[in-house]
Design a protein around this ligand. Sequence first.
Ligand SMILES: [Zn+2]
Length: 244
Amino acid sequence: MDDLNTILKSAESNEDFRDLLEKLRWAEGFKCPRCEGSRCTRIKSRGLLQCCSCRKQVSPTSGTFLHGVRNLRAWVKAILSFRQEEGQSAVAYALLLDRSYATTWFMLHKIRMVLGANLINFINQSEKVWEVPCSLLKSALFKASSEGEGEGEGEGEGEDTPPRQVKTLLNREMMRKACYFIAYLLGVFNGVSRKYSQLYAFEYCLREASIDLEPIDLVACFVRGSPSFRRSIFQFFSPYLLVL
Ligand SMILES: [Zn+2]
């Protein structure tokens, strides 16, 4: 992975990033997603590879999380920013990337979802993963959060209500972890709702674990998986017990 890290460092244009993602995705050599053929030709003008067996044309990102993304540079930069100790708001990204707030808001949430799915690979095995009840985070979440706290009435069908009999052992270590996370949530520009609190918990854990994380390993998660759509963000709802 060493030379890929070097390539990543010097990558500037979208083409550079596409080349990098190609090397990352097919590190063992090309494999056609349709027929698993290993021979291909390059269609230079379109940045595509064509399978010699079934003639399917594929780009390094097709069928992956980054499917259809044109501005690869912006996405990879945003992904890598999750390694930094301090996060940036969607507003800051919107200015930085010259995109609308809505676009960058979705982009960051989609990245958080992928990071969440891969978090287990990044966290030091000796680190404990806690399940923290949402109720502990009340002070940091939107007060008038329409998603509710899971108490009282008016919870919509299908929402995640806390099982009343759940007894979570609140020990000192967990409380300390929750307090740090609350401080982190309070720093999020525009605030955090209960609905998306788990996504911020993923982000928080990743930033904590990032010290030893190679940039290329982080980017590698995004050439796997499947395309991500906005509706997956709309449909997301944090569990009552957040993984932290
Ligand atoms: Zn093929």
